[in-house]
Ligand binder design. Structure first.
Ligand code: BGC
Length: 768
């Protein structure tokens, strides 16, 4: 490996003589991006170009992992990285030589500025672009606003909030000298075993598309300057429907399913301007995504006219060789990925040398390398990195965690928490009635409400559920029976203690769910690379709930998790269940405000909650034959809670569903109106949903598909007429011969409060 170091260094030194004496147009902010890119490209050596296509993890990340992992572990480990036989000085030196285009996993503004200062000492000099997984706020780095996770956000159906959160995240990132978020994750989640469900916007292609596109707009705006960051739509594609529920397992998906279900959010993301796409770990129909020229070249660039750059996922080009085995060497894997359309390698030491060799050997034309480098440099120019390579350390904390950002975090958490059950209107809790409350469960007083993709944050920036409860009901005595944070190592004695204390409490609140904090990578039960073969509560959590409920005192369940949990016993036996997902830094406050009624819950499920793992895959927009035959074990074929479902402290009545026309041509739109009345005594926000079904079609169509929705605020007693437009593109699909268009025949419009048939008003119309 030292040999490799020296090789790269000497090549770079040789390169130093390559520049000419033309005026340095690329340094002129007044020149166009295209002019600057061409000017700079013309000055670069092959080694510098190949270096622009490569990422490294930050030096502090290397320092932390150094010595603790073998090379084999590195390949199998998605949380850590280091470079065997490579010193931090080597990485610093390559940066100074302009041989590294990007860093990831840099967690402080000081380190980012330092690495950038090295890059700015390079021959040309070209700034590095810093990428980070800012999935719900720049939460992986300490001291940033931690918003609720994407699945919670999706349950708010609030696309404006998706935009606002992304915008604020962009500002916080730039305040840390971070320029590129590996978000939004626009995968359509159809398998609750998969640990990454919580970082998606759920199961519906339309909702995922809108949330994803608004996130892209919020991050990037017009990607023109110092307040914007590059968005990355990921992972392309199919990883959310893995063969066995585990991350990176093969996906076998027909072109029809890809085009109908999995592709639309990418199309919308690219239309919104997304300038980077990350490929997916998995193979798709037998070809690893990372060498899939159909995906990267034909579809992405050919059909969708994507102009940005494609980045590999973590060590996945390596896996083309050492896992998928469709390349017989690492160098061959690099060849295959570039030939298929890859632009940037995440991450490591072998790329520069091997790719330069492939060009010298004439296997890869240098002009192919130029294409990738152009795309990467164009983004660096657009982001203003050449003009502003550093962030102001002094100003950084004025932007991060500012009051406006904190209040968005709180508001969005409130809007994404779903009330699943409320028997006998036990909620909102009456503080006068329940003076003594037992609080227990692994998530009762833990920062785990921050969710996956969050570092530990300062305790005073996190409001746990217990803290939230104490704020919300200061007169009430809350007694905590701690169950530890670890569902897999719960103590039966603590469970028994909670059961005993429950008897003398007026009410019990069990805060259960999954454990997601990534700094305890191998101990968690939910999150990236944390897939499960079961979707019930892990460990002794069910036992805890049942024993506490056996006290005879009212017991309510609050869930903190990313994947849907099949909590059937609780659904049948407890009076109230609140699904909070990972609600972020103010999650405890938001939950308590809902429990005590300061906030009226409005969220609806963006994903189906199955009863058990055996029901997977279960999603609302299934084909007509999906449940033709019942399960022979007499278990129901219905979900525990359906897509679009969620309760409120008020009630809504839907009536007068009207269509402007019932006979239209394939080019005409139809206006749909429905009257929605708040029939209860509280103000609320109702998420009105419109579904469509194509009743007869040349290829099978889902029993219903979400095509529009509206968040409608309604005062007690107030009624509003909500209008939607069904445009022809909402009726279009891929026909039997894969032609996209509208077929003649009858359609059903369904409008109501959830995807459940009994919650929907229906009308028909005909396309002639
Ligand atoms: C994940 C990506 C992420 C990357 C960098 C990978 O393990 O699959 O989503 O962006 O790591 O952290």
């Amino acid at each position: 490996m030292k040999h490799c170091t020296l090789t790269i260094m000497s090549i770079a030194l040789a390169a130093a003589s390559c520049s000419d004496n033309k005026p340095e147009l690329y340094k002129e902010p007044s020149a166009s991006v295209e002019q600057r890119v061409e000017d700079l490209l013309g000055r670069m050596t092959l080694e510098e170009k190949v270096g622009q296509m490569n990422q490294f993890v930050g030096i502090e990340h290397i320092r932390a992992a150094q010595g603790s992992l073998t090379e084999e572990e590195l390949h199998n480990n998605t949380a850590n990285a280091f470079y065997p036989n490579t010193s931090i000085e080597d990485v610093e030196s390559w940066t100074k030589q302009g041989l590294i285009g990007s860093f990831l996993h840099v967690l402080t503004v000081e380190e980012a500025n330092y690495l950038q200062s090295l890059a700015m000492q390079s021959r040309l000099p070209i700034p590095v672009i810093f990428g980070i997984d800012a999935i719900h706020g720049n939460a992986n780095a300490p001291d940033n606003t931690v918003y609720a996770t994407n699945i919670n956000l999706a349950c708010s159906f609030d696309t404006a909030a998706a935009y606002a959160i992304a915008r604020q995240t962009a500002l916080e990132m730039r305040a840390m000298n971070m320029h590129w978020t590996f978000n939004p994750n626009v995968e359509v989640a159809r398998d609750a075993r998969w640990g990454r469900v919580g970082e998606t916007f759920g199961e519906d292609p339309y909702l995922v598309s809108l949330m994803g596109a608004q996130s892209v707009r919020g991050y990037q705006q017009d990607l023109n300057g110092k307040r914007d960051v590059l968005a990355c739509i990921k992972h392309f594609v199919g990883g959310s429907q893995p063969a066995n529920g585990t991350n990176g397992a093969p996906a076998d998906l027909s072109e029809r399913t890809l085009r109908e279900v999995y592709f639309p959010p990418y199309v919308k993301g690219i239309e919104a301007g997304a300038m980077s796409v990350m490929m997916s770990h998995n193979e798709l129909n037998g070809i690893p995504c990372h060498t899939n020229d159909w995906l990267m070249t034909d579809v992405l660039r050919g059909e969708w006219k994507f102009k940005g750059f494609v980045v590999s996922d973590w060590m996945d080009i390596e896996h083309v060789y050492d896992l998928h085995a469709t390349a017989d060497s690492l160098k061959e894997a690099f060849y295959q990925t570039i030939a298929a359309g890859m632009d940037m390698h995440m991450h490591g030491i072998h790329w520069n040398r091997m790719v330069a060799e492939l060009v010298r050997e004439k296997r890869i034309p240098e002009k192919r390398i130029d294409e990738s480098v152009r795309r990467i440099l164009a983004v660096k120019f657009r982001l203003g990195l050449f003009e502003q390579p550093y962030a102001d350390v002094e100003e950084s904390m004025q932007i991060r965690l500012n009051r406006e950002h904190r209040s968005t975090a709180l508001e969005s958490a409130r809007n994404g928490i779903v009330l699943l059950k409320n028997e006998g209107n036990i909620l909102p809790l009456q503080a006068k009635k329940y003076r003594k409350v037992l609080v227990t469960g692994i998530n009762a007083d833990d920062e785990n409400i921050l969710g996956d993709w969050s570092a530990q944050q300062r305790p005073d920036n996190v409001i746990t559920v217990l803290e939230g409860l104490r704020q919300a009901a200061p007169e009430t005595t809350f007694e905590l029976v701690d169950q530890g944070w670890d569902p897999r190592n719960m103590d039966r004695g603590r469970v028994a203690l909670a059961a005993q204390k429950a008897r003398s409490a007026d009410l019990n609140i069990v805060v259960a769910g999954e454990y997601m904090m990534r700094y305890r990578w191998t101990e968690r039960t939910d999150g990236e690379d944390t897939d499960r073969s079961d979707i019930d509560l892990a460990g002794l959590q069910n036992e805890l709930i049942q024993k506490v409920a056996a006290s005879g005192k009212p017991t309510i369940l609050v869930l903190i998790n990313g994947r849907p949990l099949g909590v059937e016993w609780a659904a049948q036996n407890l009076p109230a269940i609140v699904e909070a997902w990972a609600p972020g830094m103010y999650g405890g406050q938001a939950i308590a405000e809902i429990l005590y009624g300061a906030v009226n819950p409005s969220a609806k499920l963006a994903i189906t909650i199955p009863r058990s793992v055996g029901q997977i895959q279960m999603y609302y927009n299934h084909k007509p034959s999906q449940y033709f035959h019942p399960y022979a074990d007499y278990k129901p074929s219905t979900p525990l809670y359906p897509f679009g479902y969620g309760l409120s402290y008020t009630t809504y009545r839907y009536s007068d569903l009207q269509l402007s026309k019932t006979l239209v041509s394939a080019k005409e739109s139809i206006e749909v109106k429905v009257r929605v009345k708040n029939t209860g005594r509280r103000e609320g926000v109702e998420i009105v949903q419109l579904y469509l079904r194509d009743n007869t079609s040349s290829a099978t169509r889902p029993v219903k598909e979400l095509k529009d929705f509206a968040r409608v605020p309604l005062k007690a007693g107030e009624a509003k007429t909500v209008a939607f437009t069904i445009t022809p593109n909402k009726l279009a699909f891929y026909s039997k011969d894969m032609r996209y268009g509208v077929e003649r025949g009858e359609f059903t419009v369904m409008v109501g409060k959830s995807s459940r048939d009994e919650d929907l008003l229906k009308q028909r119309f005909v396309v002639r």
